[in-house]
Design a protein around this ligand. Sequence first.
Ligand SMILES: NC(=O)c1ccc[n+]([C@@H]2O[C@H](COP(=O)([O-])OP(=O)(O)OC[C@H]3O[C@@H](n4cnc5c(N)ncnc54)[C@H](OP(=O)(O)O)[C@@H]3O)[C@@H](O)[C@H]2O)c1
Length: 260
Amino acid sequence: MVPTKQRAAIYTESGVAFALADVPKPGPGQILVKVVAAVQNPVGSIPRGGRQNAADGWSFEEAAQLGIAALTGLQMPHQSLGLPSPNEPESESGPRRDILNWGGASSVGQYANFDLVRGLGADEVFDYRDENVVEKIRVATGNALKSAIDAVSEGKMMQRVPAVIGDKGGRLAIPNIPYENTRPDVTASFSLAWNLLKLESKGKWYADLLTKILATTNVKPNALLIQPNGLAGVKDGLQYIAEGKVSGQKITYRIADAPE
Ligand SMILES: NC(=O)c1ccc[n+]([C@@H]2O[C@H](COP(=O)([O-])OP(=O)(O)OC[C@H]3O[C@@H](n4cnc5c(N)ncnc54)[C@H](OP(=O)(O)O)[C@@H]3O)[C@@H](O)[C@H]2O)c1
């Protein structure tokens, strides 16, 4: 039996509020999906429940994160940097490439990390807070790095990421615009997950790719930070993000946790 009301977090003039909203009636060619869990992203800052075939053993709460961040994490190396996807033979036999994943602990960064996706782990890890991080990366890459992903693209650190690309220039994938690119010889390409919702986009291609990666590799979900009270706790979740407290976790809401 389909309920007539559902728990919802809605925008109001005074901010986000919890409410009981009408369950929409699906139109022709549409289906009604029961959302069990939703996650919060810094972008758009409203929890979203996505549909994606999750890996075996993932809970609904873990599977809820397979939307925006995971798709952006795939778009950035493939669409923005022009690297082969794991579906393409070149990814197996092509030359070894160094790719810097700046912000590897962020949600987008965890999914953009092809090494992580392949269950191998990064070859080298650098602390972005280290004053000498740019120099250390340039030394480690022999000043020849061509590809980087800035999975954070925020604040003063932004200028550091183009600076790690080698002297011959290269490409940078970014999830946010405007971007302060200090290097004319570095092309910064923006990927937007929302664009994959358009019918004419490659949304299905990326969703299929993600499904395949999940089925064939040992991808680990981001650690969950379950907010108490379900969607009634969204205001607190927004505050948590605004205070910059998210560290390697995904803010997650169980819909049934909110009061009726
Ligand atoms: N274009 C799109 O479609 C799209 C989609 C999703 C997200 N985004 C954007 O992508 C960015 C990341 O989103 P997210 O959900 O992945 O973020 P997130 O998980 O909330 O990011 C938090 C993590 O980022 C790390 N971090 C913070 N500042 C950093 C810096 N300057 N350098 C390196 N690491 C840093 C933190 O590290 P510590 O643990 O060390 O504090 C923390 O672990 C946001 O700007 C978001 O707006 C865009």
